[in-house]
Write a protein that binds this ligand. Sequence first.
Ligand SMILES: C[S@@+](CC[C@H](N)C(=O)[O-])C[C@H]1O[C@@H](n2cnc3c(N)ncnc32)[C@H](O)[C@@H]1O
Length: 358
Amino acid sequence: MVYAIDRSVITKTGENGEHLSSVSATYIQAREIEQAGVTAGMRVLEVGSGGYNAALLAEVVGADGAVVTVDIDPDITARATALLAETGYGDRVRVVQLDAAHVVPGEELFDAIIVTVGVWDVLPAWLSQLTPEGVIVVPLRMNGVTRTIAFRRDGDRLVSTSTEVAGFVPMQGDSARPERILRLPDPQGGVVSLRFDVGVPDDPRLLDGVLATGRSEAWSQVEVAGSESFADLYLWMAGFLPGFCLLHAEEGTTLSAERGWFPFGVVRGDSFAYFAFRPAAGGSGSELGARAYGPHGEEAAAAMAAQIRAWDRHARRGPAPTFAYWPAGSGGPGEASGNVAVLEKTHGVFTISWPAVS
Ligand SMILES: C[S@@+](CC[C@H](N)C(=O)[O-])C[C@H]1O[C@@H](n2cnc3c(N)ncnc32)[C@H](O)[C@@H]1O
């Protein structure tokens, strides 16, 4: 496991089996170091400790640089401290037990901050510790969809310089932002769970018994080839489709037995729809669309199909989206125009901009 570059090693599990800490997959560590542009002589803060990534950072910054790694969990900092000492990095990395929602005491500014835990917002403590030219790399959750984004300052806002797809364990402590889960029992047995980041339904009881109601579907006429990645379609939905949620269907549910569904959905009052595909009419590839449950399922499925068409028209063949963040107290993004999704966060406003397709 340790030598598999694309696997993380779980180092701590919670009471309910949830992953609390891991040593990230080595390709993710390498990419974050690259995204942050870490070079010799830099001062770097790592949020979330394991030991190994801090040792890599110590090698990159060299004797003239500095590496500080913080973790909220005393078991993790104790382990990292011991392993770093054993492997000769004891005096090259400072390990601090701290909730990273707070400033690291006794430190100057950092040239790079690498966050290795999934977060919902860019925290003021981090920006207050970053040099004016510094880079911060954060795995940011945007309505349930996470991208690891490198940001640099541009006036009073942050602008993205690179983006990667990667998953991390969620942030704990004062800035934790757990998702809300709605569990829908299937009359066949098992449970379908809907996970909301924002936009939790006002009255979740409206969905009671929804899996026992009639089904409907809507198709978009948008076709994809087997080899095409459409990961950005989820990001498009997360930005533009109100009621967007993640979906998990337990074994035994009707949904889990169905081939051709994706773990994303949308709720409209007493109904919900989920992403689906079927063989394209022409014979090759698949057509994207939505299937739904509930009295207004058709409406929910149609809303999803409409956004699939919008993604196809405005984003699918264009350049990748860019991201910006306006901390509270800065000018803010103003009136959004074009294909810009605006997400309100606790400490600022975040935008996802899809460049026009030429
Ligand atoms: C993926 S692990 C870090 C992996 C490490 N960077 C490595 O690759 O070796 C994420 C860590 O973030 C820590 N964490 C979670 N919430 C935190 C918080 N509020 N402040 C500091 N650390 C936190 C967890 O305890 C966990 O150990």
